[in-house]
Design a protein around this ligand. Sequence first.
Ligand code: GLN
Length: 190
Amino acid sequence: MLIGVLALQGAFIEQENTLKKLDADFFEIRKSSDLERNFDGLIIPGGESTVMGKLLRELGLFYPLKERIQSALPVLGTCAGLILLASHIAGSDTVHFGTLPVTVKRNAYGRQLGSFSTEGFVEGLGMVPMKFIRAPYIEEVHDNTRILSVIDNRIVAVRYQNQVGVAFHPELTENSAIHQYFIDIVNSVK
Ligand code: GLN
């Protein structure tokens, strides 16, 4: 089992550290030739969705990755990664992969609450520490997207088929339950 970590920008090292802790094999995706490797899952980290979206397109990674996600490659998008997966971004015409049927609202907690930590219930996982950094939240889910977690009336974790999206940064806490959940999905479809 091999996981590709999109390593263009943002908090990808922290994702890799969590995967190391869980003994999961991974490699970095930086250029289109990296996609020649066989891999079973994809992690899109937090960072800046506009920058990552631009780099994905410039580097020729955008369409091949979109196609793989649409062909059921398991994907975990955290924070900016969630924004890149979302089918709608509130107040914007921009769509990146657009494969996850949710409407996200960017920088949704306002300037004052730009970053905060809390702990919240995630379906099937129990209480999980959550770190939000200029995070989006999910305003609305579409199709059969399953809501996995709601904090203060805001949806912060969802699953749709092969795709898991979380508004927070699970890789910045000691708790690796979200990554284990993702690895279990990868193993189950492999
Ligand atoms: N605010 C960032 C964006 O819109 C997301 C922040 C993050 O990934 N921590 O892309």
